[in-house]
Design a protein. Structure first.
Length: 494
């Protein structure tokens, strides 16, 4: 059914045909229901000019138009970033987050919220709004290196979050089904389920585990703007994005320009990254596997982490070469040390055994190691185990924190450790990973035991007593997630 705008719709969505529509049209896979705008019901004292439902309804019209007209540009979008949406964006921010270069906290801004949002709304629509530099800090990584993290100013977060809500209404209709990173109602376990089901149910014999080197710092801003302009014809939205890209970084009191990449830690960066890879990778591989592949091809992408599976080795090698050339054209580079191809799948173990080779190699994705395993009856099964290096890093973090809490009461330590272990299990408690969870709990108990022993040179704490204390506070390992095929069938009904 064709979309025919009503009179009222002309004020909501104004579109015109794109001048450049050379990007091939991709057939989108089934995706989950779209997410609505998140609010915070605790702020009952704040007055509203419109209801949340009216904001969602207006964005639904944008969403429907984007779904029905895939090659048209939206020329009037800024009016959706109104007082109500800016207010909701503020309420959705993390209240305890660190302040940016403006040194304004959530509580400071909330003291005069009505006046502040009204002033921000006026500046955004008049063009007087200016983006501030991102404050850069460094956090330690598991391998000992430092990861740069950007902290945006509070008003930048508010406007970015509102802009993301509007742009998501469009791009969630464009993004393909195998893209899972930083999308509404899509998470890491959805990507893990999709990959597990694809490997188990498709004749996959080879895996290409790809990683883009320094992706967020390597994004070509000129290409990014060109990609945005395929769908966004409102120059005011484009100017907002350019302001955030060119705002620069403040590190150790020194301002640095940002000619490349997207600001890490900014609210809008994940969406911009998805838009960039949608045109550079997603649409391209969708066409490649239809036109070039001789056998079956699967793919799952979570942000810049890509796993592709192939039935034929020749397809895998040709794709690897083609992807390298494709990325180089858009300023991206595959990480030489992290990108590799391996024999994997249902028949990999048997083939390698006949050739006198060792068991199939493993690969990692989103914190899990994927292993070719067998059931008790000898049938193939895909195993997912928590990455050993990630667990080691987590235990080291717990050890450091326990030393700082050494003289706290056992109850206080127990409550803190219960929160940590419960959160760890919430992510890692997948089927057939219980043994690893048990090992994690055991090591946490050992660290706690050593910490309590150090509190006194005459400690009489025995391991039996320590086990009893751990049973009082630490949760018991158990599977919390369903089998991948079960949850995938619910998320993606065929």
């Amino acid at each position: 059914m064709m979309y025919e705008p009503e009179k009222s719709d002309s004020a909501i969505v104004a579109m015109k045909l794109a001048n450049k529509t050379a990007v091939p049209k991709a057939v989108a896979e089934l995706v989950e229901p779209r997410a609505g705008t998140k609010g915070n019901t605790e702020q009952s004292h704040t007055r509203r000019t419109q209801s949340r439902g009216s904001v969602s309804q207006r964005l639904d019209r944008v969403r429907n138009a984007a779904r029905q007209r895939k090659k048209e540009r939206f020329t009037a979008l800024l009016h959706h970033i109104d007082f109500d949406l800016l207010l909701e964006s503020f309420l959705a921010l993390k209240r305890t987050a660190a302040a940016g270069v403006d040194k304004v906290t959530w509580e400071d801004y909330d003291m005069q919220i009505q006046e502040n949002i009204q002033d921000l709304h006026k500046r955004v629509h008049s063009g007087a709004y200016r983006a501030l530099p991102v404050r850069r800090v460094f956090i330690p990584k598991a391998d000992g290196r430092q990861r740069p993290l950007g902290i945006a100013a509070l008003e930048d977060k508010i406007v970015q979050r509102a802009t993301v809500a509007v742009l998501n209404a469009i791009y969630e209709e464009d993004f393909l089904g195998f893209s899972y990173g930083f999308r509404p109602k899509r998470g890491q376990h959805d990507a893990l389920d999709a990959l597990s089901v694809a490997i188990s149910s498709t004749p996959v014999n080879w895996i290409l585990d790809a990683d883009i080197k320094g992706f967020f710092d390597a994004v070509n801003q000129d290409w990014l703007i060109r990609f945005l302009e395929h769908r966004i014809g409102d120059e005011r939205i484009i100017r907002l994005v350019k302001k955030w890209l060119k705002a620069g970084v403040l590190e150790m009191g020194q301002w640095q320009s940002s000619e490349m990449g997207t600001p890490q830690g900014a609210v809008i960066s994940p969406l911009l990254a998805n838009i960039y890879l949608h045109y550079v990778f997603d649409l391209w591989i969708e066409q490649w596997r239809k036109r070039e592949a001789k056998g079956k091809v699967i793919v799952v992408r979570y942000a810049d982490d890509i796993v592709a599976g192939f039935e034929l080795e020749t397809d895998a090698r040709r794709f690897w070469d083609a992807m390298r050339e494709r990325f180089e054209h858009f300023g991206l580079e595959l990480h030489g040390g992290k990108t590799r191809m391996l024999e994997f799948g249902r028949y990999a173990a048997g083939r390698r055994q006949r050739r006198g080779q060792a068991k199939p190699e493993t690969f990692t994705f989103l914190g899990f190691t994927f292993i070719c395993g067998k059931t008790r009856s000898g049938k193939f099964t895909l195993l997912r185990k928590t990455r050993a290096d990630r667990m080691k890093a987590k235990l080291l973090e717990i050890k450091t924190q326990l030393r700082k809490r050494m003289h706290a009461s056992i109850g206080e330590q127990g409550m803190w450790l219960k929160t940590i272990v419960t959160g760890y299990f919430a992510y890692h408690a997948v089927p057939m990973n219980t043994r690893t969870l048990g090992a994690f709990r055991y090591h946490v108990t050992r660290l706690w035991y050593k910490t309590l022993q150090r509190r006194s040179q005459k400690s009489r704490l025995t391991w039996e007593r320590m086990s009893s204390i751990a049973n009082d506070w630490l949760p018991t390992p158990r599977v919390l997630h369903p089998w991948p095929s079960e949850r995938f069938a619910v998320r993606h009904p065929r």
